[in-house]
Design a protein around this ligand. Structure first.
Ligand code: SF4
Length: 360
């Protein structure tokens, strides 16, 4: 998946999914949690976009927002936009959303048992998806369910189609869930930590399977994970999230070769084997804060080894990391790196003020 040439060609295409200034907040008696706070990114057909960050960074709420699955007391705030194939999704009714969800956009969750019903055979569950989204019934649906199980690498599919989820191993269950998602013939597949619960060899097989399926079906994939190693294997481009914001965005090779945001640098240093000379594995001290007020400062500041005074007073906006970069942004006051520190801070200050005026 991660091929530069393909990324360059893809980047000229119209995005299939375009998320702009997405803000999703949860309103409790005590506070407002701004789980996703003004993020923007695109996904094109045939492209895999990775969303990476620690727990609490807002990755899964982003996915649920796109799927129209934000539960009360949460909601998507005014001024947010999610466009899919040119259509705005944020103003769809629940009924309209039901056709999109599981149809044009399908999701694979971390735990396959969340998606599989234990009292129905795997085949019947795939057939139900085929009936709902493609109008297939009877022998035609059974045949298609068997084909889908074969497509996701389940051996002896004509026998296993009649089996129940508990008769499948963990890896096979995740394959069955992917088959169910494909039964809807989606254009965009959102994978939320789909391999986290699996052991390493099975994880590699599932990643390979997703890669194959993407190639055959020109699927767009949004891949959510906390694991930088998985991102390196799956993604064409990467958005790094921290406390509800995208703090760095770049094509995958560029991000790994030249990480700019101190948070991304910390994530990469904490991969086992990435610092062979170090005695101990580096970690990022502290936890992701709960974003419960509009950010007027850098949310990473308490954990940042490069923090300076202005970081507590100016909110970093996503800017190109230098004048030559045309596809690598970081939300950090150290950038653009070819400006003086003072001028770089002023760029963020001005950008933040402009956005405030636009949002009013
Ligand atoms: S803005 Fe300041 S605190 Fe935030 S990441 Fe950059 S250097 Fe660190």
């Amino acid at each position: 998946m991660a091929q530069t040439e393909r990324t360059e060609t893809r980047s000229e295409q119209e995005p299939l999914l375009s998320v702009e200034n997405l803000q999703t907040a949860f309103f409790t008696d005590k506070e407002v949690i701004r789980a996703v706070d003004g993020i923007s990114f695109d996904i094109r057909r045939g492209e895999t976009v990775g969303i990476v960050g620690e727990s609490g960074s807002g990755k899964s709420v982003t996915a649920r927002s796109i799927m129209g699955l934000v539960d009360t007391p949460g909601r998507i705030l005014d001024g947010s936009s999610i466009r899919f194939d040119g259509e705005e999704l944020t103003d769809k009714t629940e009924k309209e959303y039901r056709n999109i969800r599981g149809g044009d956009i399908a999701m694979v969750f971390q735990d396959p048992l969340t998606s599989l019903n234990p009292v129905y055979s795997v085949g019947n569950q795939i057939k139900e998806a085929l009936r709902l989204h493609q109008g297939m019934k009877g022998a035609q649906a059974t045949e298609e369910a068997i084909d889908l199980l074969e497509a996701v690498g389940i051996p002896d599919a004509s026998r296993r189609v009649k089996e129940y989820p508990h008769e499948f191993s963990g890896g096979m269950r995740q394959r069955a869930v992917i088959a169910m998602a494909l039964a809807c013939d989606p254009e965009l597949l959102i994978c939320d930590e789909p391999t986290t619960a699996l052991d390493v060899t099975i994880q590699a097989q599932i990643l390979e399977l997703l890669d194959d399926l993407q190639e055959k079906r020109d699927l767009a994939i949004m891949f959510i994970t906390h694991d930088m190693g998985v991102i390196a294997e799956t993604s064409d481009r990467v958005n790094v999230m921290y406390a509800g914001e995208v703090v760095e965005s770049a094509p995958v090779e560029e991000l790994f070769a030249n990480p700019r945001h101190p948070y991304t640098q910390g994530l990469l240093k904490s991969i086992p084997g990435n610092q062979p000379d170090a005695d101990r594995l580096e970690t990022i001290e502290g936890d992701v804060p709960t974003p419960n007020e509009p950010a007027t400062y850098c949310r990473f500041e308490p954990r940042c080894p490069k923090a300076f005074d202005d970081c507590t007073r100016v909110h970093p906006e996503g800017v190109e990391v230098n004048a030559d970069a045309d596809d690598h942004t970081a939300a950090c006051l150290l950038y653009p790196e070819d400006e003086s520190r003072e001028e770089a801070v002023a760029v963020h200050d001005r950008r933040g003020n402009d956005e405030e005026v636009t949002n009013e």
